[in-house]
Design a protein around this ligand. Structure first.
Ligand code: BJW
Ligand code: ZN
Length: 250
């Protein structure tokens, strides 16, 4: 991968770097993506599995899918891409990860400032009374887990289609994007809104926009640079350049 002078300068001088991530960054850990080659939605219907209507229609099916994914995610490890972002955070005064992923792999890799736009698969709550439940509690249930307090259905604390993103995470992400001098869009198909508007917001506020993905996306033509390749290879290289550049700066 050739990292050009413009991006090198940006890595050296950026005051605030934002890494905006999607399912692609976790693909090399063994977590399937939603779209594209091997994507979950190639064989399953998003509106049946990732919407409140789908959950109310068939909670058992939705829970089978989430119980399976909770087990897969608990077994996998952060990869070189997640680890590179955690290292970069230590080298830059202001560094934020904004993730659409629910797998918690950024925090497990050591990233501290993380905005989670679509929730976290390690949390669950009762749809009737809001009581919170751990994965250990819900995974013991045969079938659909029910609330010990009110017998309501418990659901994973993730954002489904048609639902609002958590206010604090969304507002923090918009503020970070508006103040970014370098914005990295990594491993996302950039088709799910409102998350997909963040790179556009960042660019409109003056950020240098870099996309990292093995395949082009609808964002590619708006990006200042497209680094074509897997996050697990590209991000460690960017991190090395950042390290060298910051080492020689006062
Ligand atoms: C690699 C790689 C490697 C592979 N390295 N890269 C019509 C038009 C416009 C908008 C809408 C519409 N109808 C409805 C909407 C709104 C809707 C939306 O945007 N839909 C579009 C799909 C059309 N959005 C919403 O509903 C959102 N809420 C909202 O808008 O609220 C307001 C509202 C309220 C009431 C009514 C209507 C609106 C909520 C969106 C929630 C998304 N939830 C999910 C599931 C989360 C829980 C779970 O995981 O189970 O979030 S869907 C799924 O998509 C998940 C992801 O976070 C999200 C984005 O996917 P992502 O991360 O980009 O992954 P992929 O798989 O798409 O792409 C992977 C990429 O990686 C690919 O590009 C690969 O090439 C690449 N890759 N290997 C780097 N090694
Ligand atoms: Zn309850």
């Amino acid at each position: 991968m050739i990292i050009g002078d413009r991006l090198k300068r940006c890595l050296a001088e950026a005051r605030h770097i934002v890494a905006f991530t999607g399912a692609g960054i976790s693909a090399e850990s063994g977590v399937p993506t939603f779209r594209g080659a091997g994507g979950i939605w190639n064989t399953m219907r998003p509106e049946e599995l990732a919407s409140m209507e789908g959950f109310l229609r068939n909670p058992r099916l939705v829970w089978e899918w989430y119980a399976y994914r909770k087990r897969v995610i608990a077994e996998v490890q952060p990869n070189a891409g997640h680890c590179a972002l955690a290292r970069m955070e230590k080298l830059v005064p202001d560094f934020s990860v904004i993730t659409q992923n629910i797998d918690n792999l950024h925090r497990r890799a050591g990233s501290v400032r993380v905005f989670e736009l679509h929730g976290n698969i390690e949390r669950n709550y009762c749809i009737t009374c809001g009581r919170r439940y751990s994965n250990e509690e819900v995974l013991q249930a045969a079938g659909v887990p029910r609330c010990a307090a009110c017998n309501g259905n418990i659901r994973p604390d993730v954002v489904w289609f048609g639902e609002l993103l958590p206010d604090d995470q969304w507002e923090g992400s918009v503020r970070a994007s508006e103040s970014a001098s370098l914005f990295l869009s990594i491993g996302t198909s950039a088709v799910v809104y409102p998350a997909a508007s963040l790179p556009v917001i960042a660019k409109a506020h003056g950020a240098y926009l870099v996309e990292i993905n093995p395949e082009p996306t609808p964002l590619t033509e708006r990006a200042d640079e497209f680094l074509q390749g897997p996050a697990g290879s590209v991000l460690p290289e960017l991190c090395d350049v950042l390290y060298e550049a910051r080492k020689v700066l006062p």
